[in-house]
Ligand binder design. Sequence first.
Ligand code: S3P
Length: 163
Amino acid sequence: MKNIYLVGFMGSGKSTVGRLLAEKLNMRFVDIDKEVEKSKGMSIREIFQKFGEDYFRNLEKEKLREFLRRSGFIVSTGGGLGADIDIMNLMREDGKVIWIRADIQTILDRCKDDTKRPLLKLPKDKLLELFKKREKVYSLAHITVDSDKKTPIQVFQEIVEKI
Ligand code: S3P
């Protein structure tokens, strides 16, 4: 079974939905953020603080590329990784890409107490700008599923119907 890649903005539910999909489809789940943290022995917040965002971006791309050569994985990508056009093209060629979409307000509500994601410190207008820019790339996914006002189980069920 070819890999399935989950893309979407922070807080769209990629990891929760990804775990459910992996169980249902008898595939292995991998979260690229967690793989990066494991390989560095540091949290994403610490990586950003110590080495900067560009360094983190390279690490996540490197990690993703390792999974392009494998199969049978549900791959949850960070919000910035899935918005990289080159990475999107590679994932599209390799397997199936699913965009879990959510409105910016849903994202802000879901992430309001989050302290782990450095980009959430951006002013709201900048975050909205980033959100709009990223949606253009996410929309290249093979399948789009809306997650507004839905539980992760509902999103998961919808994906199962669509794939
Ligand atoms: C980021 C999203 C995060 C993580 C990092 C940067 C982004 O992943 O990769 O904090 O640029 O949107 P999630 O989308 O899983 O929160």
